[in-house]
Design a binder for this molecule. Structure first.
Ligand SMILES: Nc1ncnc2c1ncn2[C@@H]1O[C@H](COP(=O)(O)OP(=O)(O)O)[C@@H](O)[C@H]1O
Ligand SMILES: N[C@@H](CCC(=O)OP(=O)(O)O)C(=O)O
Length: 254
């Protein structure tokens, strides 16, 4: 039997909420449906944000503490709900899920790295789809700066993914000029990072935290591990299948 292509899929809060204030069960169904269609040829590991967004649907926390502590508490409330929603929906598509909470510092210790690889390989070999998020109680890197993009890239590298897909709210990276004139045009293939950095515009989406900058940095980490990154429009239905079939513009960073 041919070896399956290992795909690390990073989905941000914007994709999961379809840019609203609520998690979209429809978007999670769309992801499950695509994974079910590809399951004979591809194995998926998901890095998913959305814990804070789910919690905000249910609670408003009172606190005199700094904003970041409130976000950490919201993540703690939202994470079990997020995983429950994934589990319920993926089960309907015959897919099994598990939860892994990781932080950057786990990628700096040999023992933790070995444990992550061993655990996730057992899960994947038994047809479980690991759903990874930052361990927000102990780490604040992504809720302060990131986008879970770097966590996605570190995980893709450690687990030797064949492809790193970042789902966001644009058809990949647009040229700066085209963004400024209001007719965005996708840069389809990137081979030179220096020219790419010049295309970043200082804007982010409603729930987004890192903008395109953090995606380019994540792609650069993946490239160092010889992994190709695709930046695709997660708001579209069938966004993974569309990219495979070239039906929707997206950016490939080789
Ligand atoms: N060159 C570019 N091409 C596309 N989007 C860009 C570019 N430069 C900056 N951006 C901004 O980056 C945003 C995507 O990043 P972000 O808001 O963090 O989303 P996500 O939550 O999906 O990680 C886009 O909505 C856009 O506002
Ligand atoms: N870990 C947190 C937030 C991570 C984060 O900033 O992510 P993103 O939605 O990709 O901008 C969460 O699950 O809500």
């Amino acid at each position: 039997m041919q070896r399956k292509k290992r795909i690390l899929l990073k989905v941000g809060s914007n994709t999961l909420t379809k840019e609203t204030d609520n998690i979209s069960r429809g978007k999670i169904e769309d992801i499950a449906n695509q994974i079910a269609k590809l399951k004979d040829t591809c194995e998926f590991i998901i890095v998913s944000s959305g814990a804070i967004a789910v919690a905000k649907q249910f609670v408003k926390l009172e606190s005199k503490q700094e904003d970041v502590f409130v976000k950490q508490a919201l993540a703690s409330i939202g994470q079990p709900h997020l995983i429950r929603i994934y589990q319920e929906i993926f089960r309907e598509y015959g897919l099994l899920t598990s939860q892994c909470l990781l932080s950057y510092s786990d990628f700096e210790k040999e023992e933790s790295k070995t444990n992550i690889v061993n655990t996730i390989n057992v899960l994947v070999n038994n047809n479980y789809i690991p759903i990874i998020n930052e361990n927000d109680t102990v780490a604040t890197d992504e809720i302060k700066f990131g986008d879970n993009d770097k966590l996605g890239a570190l995980t893709a590298s450690l687990l030797k993914a064949d492809l790193f897909i970042i789902a966001t709210n644009t058809n990949g990276i647009y040229t700066k000029e085209s963004m400024e004139n209001g007719f965005p045009r996708t840069i389809e293939i990137v081979e030179d990072f220096n020219t790419l950095k010049e295309q970043i515009v200082n804007s982010k989406s409603s729930h987004g935290s890192g903008g395109m900058q953090s995606k380019i940095e994540a792609a650069s980490l993946a490239k160092n591990a010889h992994i190709e990154t695709w930046i695709v429009n997660g708001l579209e239905d069938h966004f993974i299948l569309n990219a495979f079939e070239n039906k929707q513009p997206y950016t490939r960073i080789k």
